[in-house]
Design a protein around this ligand. Sequence first.
Ligand SMILES: Cc1cc2nc3c(=O)[nH]c(=O)nc-3n(C[C@H](O)[C@H](O)[C@H](O)COP(=O)(O)O)c2cc1C
Length: 322
Amino acid sequence: MRIGAYTLCNGLLVAPMAGITDRPFRRLARRFGAALAVSEMVSARPELRDSRKTRLRLDHAGEPGPISVQIAGAEPQMLADAARLNVDGGAQIIDINMGCPAKKVCNVSAGSALLSDELLVARILEAVVAAVAVPVTLKIRTGPAPERRNALRIARIAESAGVQALAIHGRTRACAFEGRAEYRTIAEVKAAVRIPVIANGDIQTPEDARRVLAETGADAVMVGRAAQGRPWLFREIAHYLATGERLAPPAPGEIGAVLAEHLDGLYSLYGGEHGARVARKHIGWTVRLLPGGEAFRSSVNRLHAAHAQRAAVDDYFERLAA
Ligand SMILES: Cc1cc2nc3c(=O)[nH]c(=O)nc-3n(C[C@H](O)[C@H](O)[C@H](O)COP(=O)(O)O)c2cc1C
């Protein structure tokens, strides 16, 4: 699949997840075979640009390209300025968030709230595409609500504005994360536009990925929550899509080594104490299905210092491997 001048190595993308898909997670996901990992959204609002959170979200040191930065906001000019600034800061693709269901994204009606206002969507996309020389991509839901699924109209607006790829989460804004994602709307969009379409929502296994690609005809799939605590899922999906065969799951020794690398990345990005706080959820997701995982999770959550957390994780995996 191509996004502008970039040819991706496969049709497997990491879904942006604020608070989760930071640089350490993206690096792991990319190493395990994901072709593109969009950054967590950063606000387009000028007063938030210099915040520590935004700075950390924009840290792409050592990440393989193409670097895709997601911006969120509701004002065409503000988004255009943010796109320009992020390109100056190293973004090679600008992704616009019209998929987040939160009522307010960074205190404005942004994210999927924009889908109700198609004229504003057009103004935003035209402004951002005109502002930067790099490809602009868009992430949406299927519409504001099940009775108002306008993904097809939004996709046509995006295509005419010069957007170069469209990711669609198969739920409406009103659905939040309830029920199951539906792929029929994604298939309709794919059949109607020429730009690459990326299908997203509830893809949990390699078989899901293949089925969704077949059902929608999409150019790629995007995976989010199922990769929490198991970034090697991208390796399993990529292998299955390429060969039709299932890879064996990683042994505890490899899981421990991946988690240790992830933790070191978090400590180095956020600093020890903050990094250890961020790490808790990743540790919990990683060990939840492993023997004694639940008891280990509660005990490790009582530790505050990075070195103590890291030592406990090493110890848990050494015992597991023995
Ligand atoms: C914790 C969390 C944070 C998210 N943050 C973002 C975000 O910053 N930008 C965005 O476009 N979507 C965001 N999403 C939506 C995901 O990108 C994705 O569309 C959704 O989770 C459905 O895919 P999945 O079923 O594979 O998780 C977030 C989802 C979760 C669970």
